[in-house]
Design a protein around this ligand. Structure first.
Ligand code: TPP
Ligand SMILES: O=C1C[C@@H](O)[C@H](O)[C@@H](O)C1=O
Ligand code: MG
Length: 644
């Protein structure tokens, strides 16, 4: 056996360079690069290894550890896990900053390799700068906080541990059924320690998708379920996109005349205009999908986790005859809702089920219900595109909350634009292959309902964790994965202020992203939620502290986001009318640098619910009668929901 004397960090970088994935019969490197923010916890170990020989890994400089890790997650999500970017941080706060991003990747089942620096394995200089000393356990460091949000966690306290740790890391990063964040904590001293690594550790490793087939018995059970089912509905989840099963799903739906509804992760697998595509389902779904869902007698979940937004807190599927069939690689997700599980790759599962259904001549019994539901929704969509604050008798979509103060917003923001009309205009103007991205606030609901995806994989929504701050960081990752397409980040003012640091990285990397910032001067969707459940407006509008009340009830804050982003070198626009929006969108297309359109928009003009319920924690006792009423309503709805 021959050996190579390398530091732990040098061995790690050499190993990452030897990981390959087979895509359509061709091998390609699994790791494109590595995001770095150096500090004393990683610069002399991992930093030294990257400076000396990074191999084919491109080395990027992040701005915020959370932001760069979101960018890496978005990169993997957009390319369907076929290529990854690792992330290294310093010890302590640098690593802690990546925890939110680790959770985001894990909740969404997206592979993400995190390499945080750690305190000294020898403990000689303890307590080192940024070490939190826990008196009850000297082995604990900040990095232990990654455990609950990682799918694999390890700490390399001796150089030789790297070998088994990385083999396990790769097992989890390439496991489509159960992947997420993988955290390999690297103590500062061990990063620089040398070891004689066997050359075999650095052999080329190629990962292939095994396209798992279901068992014959599971397939027979699935076919039996179709007996007497007249109104099936497919739920198209993220797994359809990651498994590239869109073609199989389209054929399956067409052959058996089964409509499909989309989850946030599954949207844009198939174009919105397909006659069987009902669009977004659930709490943030539209009227067509939710109507058909209520009457469905068989729900076929393909690659979906059935989150509370998708199932309307288990309240959506109201037919007494409803049964569930799940096609999922993960036994865990396939077992939900007492479903008949078909544990299989989404594409393979559909491909093997189709001929069996053909054998029994299966066909749904829908007549014109699908077309009628779609037409009705299209009428509503046209109305939403046309909403006009200046029109006589105007009512905001979310009415009865802040109706009297809308004129104050109009005056402060200098705009009477409505959110639904803005989205319609953007949908009309951007290129058909443009990729839209979002994550939090009121925009994911509007986009899942309203956005018409014309080409596959052009809708990128992080709604597993709905993490504020993903929108702009993620846009950078999406652009790195799809450099030829325009990328539009839909972000609220609240989320923009929380995290937009990677906007600067997009300039540094010449990766143009377009930020569509919706400034409604508040945490709008949360204001809707509290006021829709009996509370007043409390702590969610961006108002100044009022000296008299000592509450946040003063004047609405006015922020010039365009001016602040212009300082970074971003091409910016401020938009207060439809004409200005149109011009800005057209001009932004011509730019080569990142752009930001600061769109001033009235609150309460986003879409409201369309026939779905959401279980939220309303107060059981209160002095406020409207809170009491809201609690009673919640109890009533809960009676109609499945218990588990
Ligand atoms: C990191 C994080 N913190 C808190 C939340 C809870 N949250 C969800 S939406 C929201 C407000 C979003 O405001 P904004 O971005 O302005 O969007 P709007 O609802 O106004 O469209 C908050 C605080 C979250 N999703 N993520
Ligand atoms: O609490 C929340 C409510 C949702 O409406 C929103 O989209 C999401 O970001 C969230 O965290
Ligand atoms: Mg807002």
């Amino acid at each position: 056996m021959s050996f190579l004397k390398l530091t732990t960090s040098q061995a790690l970088i050499k190993f990452l360079n030897q990981q390959y994935i087979e895509v359509e019969g061709k091998e390609q490197k699994l790791f494109k690069g590595i995001f770095t923010i150096f500090g004393h916890g990683n610069v002399l170990g991992l930093g030294q290894a990257l400076e000396e020989d990074s191999g084919d890994l491109e080395v990027y400089q992040g701005r915020s550890e959370q932001g760069m890790a979101h960018a890496a997650t978005a990169f993997a999500k957009q390319n369907h896990h076929k290529q990854l970017i690792a992330c290294t941080s310093s010890v302590g706060p640098g690593s802690a900053n990546m925890i939110t991003a680790a959770a985001t990747a894990t909740a969404n089942n997206i592979p993400l390799l995190l390499l945080p620096g750690d305190t000294f394995a020898t403990r000689q200089p303890d307590p080192v700068l940024q070490q939190i000393e826990q008196t009850y356990d000297a082995s604990i460091t900040t990095n232990d906080a990654f455990r609950p949000v990682s799918k694999y966690w390890d700490r390399i306290t001796r150089p030789e541990q790297l070998m088994s740790a990385m083999i396990n890391a790769m097992r989890v990063l390439t496991n489509q059924a159960d992947t997420g964040a993988v955290t390999i904590a690297l103590p500062q001293d061990v990063q620089g320690e040398a070891h004689d690594y066997p050359e075999s550790f650095f052999k080329k490793r190629v990962y292939r998708s095994n396209r798992q087939k279901p068992t014959d018995q599971a397939l027979a059970d699935a076919v039996e379920l179709f007996n007497n089912k007249k109104k099936p509905l497919i739920v198209c989840g993220g797994g359809v996109r990651y498994s590239e099963a869109a073609g199989a799903l389209r054929e399956f739906a067409e052959k058996f005349n089964i409509p499909f509804a989309e989850t946030q992760a599954g949207k844009s697998a198939i174009e919105s205009t397909h006659p069987l595509n009902l669009g977004g389902l659930g709490v943030t779904g539209n009227a067509a999908a939710n109507k058909i869902a209520k009457e469905a007698d068989l729900v076929i979940g393909v690659g979906t986790r059935f989150t509370d937004f998708t199932t309307a807190s288990k309240h959506l599927f109201q037919s007494v005859d409803v049964d569930f069939l799940t096609i999922n690689l993960s036994e865990y997700h396939a077992g939900k809702l007492d479903a008949t599980p078909l544990v299989a790759d989404a594409k393979t599962g559909l491909e093997v089920l189709a001929p069996k259904l053909a054998e029994i001549d299966y066909k749904s019994s829908y007549e014109n219900e699908i077309e009628a539901a779609k037409n009705e929704w299209h009428e509503e969509l046209s109305r939403l595109y046309e909403t006009d604050y200046e029109a006589e008798g105007y009512q905001p979509e979310v009415s009865g909350h802040l109706d009297e103060v809308l004129p104050e917003y109009e005056k402060t923001l200098g705009s009477s634009l409505t959110q639904t009309a803005i989205i319609g205009k953007i949908n009309e103007v951007v290129d058909e292959d443009a990729i839209v991205i979002g994550a939090s606030g009121s925009l994911p609901g509007d986009l899942q309902r309203m956005w018409v995806s014309r080409q596959p994989n052009t809708y990128h929504m992080e709604y597993g964790y709905s993490c504020m701050g993903y929108e702009i960081s993620g846009a950078l990752g999406v652009k790195m994965a799809a450099p030829e397409q325009e990328v539009y980040s839909f972000v609220g003012d609240g989320s923009y202020m929380m995290l937009h640091s990677e906007l600067v990285t997009s300039l540094q990397e010449n990766k143009k992203i377009n930020v569509l910032l919706f400034d409604n001067a508040g945490f709008g969707c949360i204001n809707n939620l509290q006021m829709g459940n009996g509370m007043g407006s409390f702590g969610t509008e961006f108002r100044k502290r009022d000296n008299e009340t000592n509450q946040l009830t003063g004047s609405i804050m006015r922020i010039d986001f365009a001016q602040s982003a212009a300082g970074y070198g971003v091409k910016t626009y401020t938009v207060k009318t439809m004409e200005e929006l149109h011009e800005a969108l057209e001009d932004a297309k011509k730019q080569t640098v990142s752009t930001l359109i600061d769109i001033k928009v009235l609150p309460k003009t986003m879409t409201d619910g369309y026939g779905a319920w959401w279980h939220v924690g309303v107060a059981e006792v209160s002095q406020n009668e409207s809170v009491q009423a809201s609690f009673q309503e919640k109890e009533k709805q809960l009676q109609k929901a499945r218990k588990y």
